[in-house]
Design a protein around this ligand. Structure first.
Ligand code: MYR
Length: 282
């Protein structure tokens, strides 16, 4: 078997694997004032948040086309790969991974396994990382997929946004329209349930919402019961991410927290200044 790992640009990838020879990233487009930008190819996070502030129209995202995806798969077949694990953002927030099922058998001699991570961002980057590490260690396809399942079933994310408007207008908050009236004066903590974004708890202030995220992450850490990865992810809010890292590492002295950022695609749906906490098995 010659295996390639494909993921999409919403994965925040650890630096050490970004140039791995068996890793390939398909960019997801964002549309700003009618112009299409491929994430991390045409635009990076820093510039995007600036542009988003100035945009006249509400920003949008879309899925890579079947043509673009098939071109990538075909090129990998030509490079000698016969198997691909295609690791993507949750089917609860984008139809992309589900739609891959209709093209996965299109390239003769190539087995494509679409993998629905039920999440995105740093935990998804960790799934790509774990798959590559296992590949390098000589593990077989079943072993790699079983390990991805362990990470997926132990992944939890809690996050707050500065303004719920983007999530509600983009249609990514389950029951968002029904919730919004009641959420005006509070800071909701959001989470993923069955791959969808839902309200976790209504909290009175940002400070209390952050304390609640720290507490619930600590509880999850005990439940997972094995070494974990702990992530703080920010939407152009590095100062707050650093403060939270210090607090978490003080509270849970046996862990190191890694900081990453939300790129243009997730930034489109969460808006600027979002902050997320994520935990998963190492
Ligand atoms: C599409 O338009 O189908 C592709 C992109 C959809 C991205 C939706 C992102 C939702 C926000 C994710 C929050 C993650 C917090 C850890």
């Amino acid at each position: 078997m010659k295996l390639a790992i494909v993921t999409d640009s919403t994965a925040f990838l650890p630096e050490r694997i970004r140039d791995h020879q068996d890793l390939f990233v398909i960019p997801i487009p964002v549309i700003l004032d009618g112009k299409v930008y491929n994430e991390d190819v045409d635009i990076k996070a820093d510039d995007y948040y600036k542009l988003m502030k100035k945009s006249k129209e509400f920003p949008k995202t879309s899925q890579p086309t079947f043509g673009e995806t098939l071109d990538l798969y075909k090129s990998l077949k030509e490079k000698g790969y016969d198997t691909i694990i295609s690791i993507h953002l949750s089917s609860g927030i984008s139809g992309y991974v589900t739609n891959l099922n209709s093209i996965k058998d299109s390239v003769e001699g190539l087995t494509v396994i679409p993998y629905d991570t039920q999440i995105t961002s740093m935990p998804m980057g960790h799934m790509a990382e774990a798959a590559l590490d296992m590949l390098d260690a000589g593990k077989n396809l079943d072993e790699i997929l079983s390990y991805l399942d362990i990470i997926r079933s132990s992944t939890y994310a809690y996050f707050i946004v500065d303004d719920l408007n983007n999530l509600v207008r983009g249609g990514r908050l389950t029951n968002g329209a029904a919730l919004i009236g009641g959420l005006l004066k509070i800071k909701p903590v959001l989470t993923f349930e069955d791959g969808k974004i839902v309200l976790f708890e209504k909290i009175r202030s940002t400070k209390k919402a952050l304390r609640r995220c720290e507490e619930v992450i600590g509880k999850r850490k005990e439940e997972i019961g094995r070494p974990v990865k702990l992530y703080i992810i920010h939407g152009n809010n590095l100062e707050l991410a650093k403060k939270e890292k210090t607090r978490l590492e003080k509270n849970y002295s046996d862990i190191t927290v890694e900081i990453g950022h939300f790129g243009p695609v997730i930034g489109t749906h969460l808006g600027e200044k979002a902050l997320g906490f994520a935990i998963c098995a190492e």
